[in-house]
Design a protein around this ligand. Structure first.
Ligand SMILES: Cc1cc2nc3c(=O)[nH]c(=O)nc-3n(C[C@H](O)[C@H](O)[C@H](O)COP(=O)(O)OP(=O)(O)OC[C@H]3O[C@@H](n4cnc5c(N)ncnc54)[C@H](O)[C@@H]3O)c2cc1C
Length: 378
């Protein structure tokens, strides 16, 4: 594949950053489960948080291709850092960028792209995950704005967010057609959150529940039209899915690289385990799946940058790369034998962290259903 210079540059810069600054602290961050404040700030200074936004709003003037290359490299180092940054770059800020006023851009967007404010994005509720029609968090019109009541769960950066892009129901009789997005700053009276969730993987993501108790917000904090929440989500759904696929590629690469190194070093029955064909088969499958997934992601990011609709291709890329990353981290654990089970080696972290990718951006059962629906309707 021929890559133009900005793509090579971002890949090299991010690879260096990940090797020198992320990998050395990844284990400690994962164990502590704290928000990776210092790395987040450094990435902001490097312009990564604004990578897919134009310079006029404080971005770096890049595109989806560059964004996904950066996220891929970051996920190679630490998935939960990549997930937090990916959220800040896209879901937490895109509605604000598209529908926010100039004042809102100055107050929230520009500081977010510079790492001075943290954003979060909330669809999920305790009784509404894949089924967004079941969202109950209510936005009720007042004379000069809205009052928000309800709760959300599984909010990435939930305990750290300065502002929240939240999917609310404006008219319960309308179901999916009553949904809309609203910006809710965390200093709004009535806003609160739970303590950080204790999770299997992505432990630095500051996941929490979020509560809205009579939160009053002005009308301009509605992001897009009332009742058009699903359409707002659809404008970035392909990008969310290809971003998730990019995170999977990064994790896949880390697990594969570690496996290659280990199988050349580990001696069993007088020779490196790399010489056994069953180990070679695992490495071959890892490499083939990584290559195939990379080609799928590369196709989708370029379609997105050309503004060509590609939701089904993005869904397939997410499904394939995440399933491959899950398989690869499982195989990596086996190549490491008993040592794969020790916290000393990062393969166990890849195995834990990859589970998050199975839910974020859509569960795989739902994705399979939508891929099949698209194909069967032809
Ligand atoms: C680490 C992590 C971070 C997250 N971050 C965020 C975040 O920042 N913001 C946010 O809004 N959400 C976030 N989520 C939530 C995530 O988006 C949801 O977990 C996901 O949408 C699935 O919802 P659910 O967990 O309620 O599962 P459910 O939707 O209840 O699904 C349960 C099971 O039923 C299956 N299922 C459901 N519907 C169908 C169907 N139609 N056909 C076949 N099978 C079906 C699912 O595939 C799954 O196996 C996060 C989750 C995790 C684990």
């Amino acid at each position: 594949m021929i890559r133009s210079n900005p793509e090579e540059m971002i890949r090299k810069t991010m690879a260096k950053f990940v090797d020198n600054e992320v990998i050395p602290v990844a284990r400690e961050l994962d164990e502590k489960g704290e928000f990776p404040e210092a790395l987040f700030k450094k990435l902001a200074d490097m312009g990564i948080l604004g990578i897919r936004y134009p310079k006029k709003v404080g971005g770096s003037g890049g595109n989806t291709t560059l964004y996904c290359i950066a996220m891929q490299e970051l996920a190679r180092g630490l998935m939960s850092l990549a997930a937090t940054v990916a959220m800040q770059c896209l879901m937490a800020t895109n509605g604000l960028y598209l529908y926010g006023t100039k004042e809102m851009h100055e107050k929230f967007l520009r500081p977010a792209l510079k790492g001075k404010k943290i954003g979060a994005f909330q669809l999920t509720e305790p009784d509404a995950g894949s089924d967004l029609g079941a969202v109950k968090t209510r936005a009720t019109r007042t004379r000069d704005g809205y009052v928000i009541n309800g709760m959300k769960t599984w909010s990435t950066s939930g305990t750290k967010g300065d502002f929240h892009t939240v999917l609310c129901q404006t008219d319960p009789d309308k179901g999916l057609k009553g949904l809309g997005f609203f910006l809710i700053p965390s200093d709004t009276p009535g806003f609160s959150h739970s303590k950080r969730f204790d999770t299997l993987g992505t432990r630095t993501s500051s996941l929490s529940e979020i509560y809205f108790n009579n939160c009053h917000i002005p009308s301009e904090y509605r992001l897009g039209e009332e009742g058009r929440g699903l359409n707002v989500l659809l404008t970035i759904l392909a990008e969310i899915r290809v971003m998730t696929a990019s995170l999977a590629l990064g994790l896949h690469r880390a697990a594969m690289d570690d496996s290659i190194k280990y199988c050349k070093e580990r001696i069993a029955f007088g020779k490196p385990i790399a010489r056994y064909q069953l180990i070679q088969a695992k490495i071959a499958n890892m490499a083939v799946n990584l290559e195939a997934g990379s080609l799928m992601v590369d196709k989708v990011v370029r379609l997105i940058d050309k503004k060509i609709p590609c939701l089904n291709e993005a869904t397939m890329a997410k499904y394939f790369t995440v399933e491959s990353a899950c398989k690869t981290s499982d195989e990596a654990m086996r190549i490491f034998g008993g040592y794969g089970y020790s916290m000393e080696y990062p393969v166990q972290r890849y195995y834990r962290d990859n589970r998050f990718l199975l839910y974020g951006g859509g569960t795989h059962e739902v994705l399979q259903t939508t891929i099949a629906r698209e194909i069967l309707k032809k």
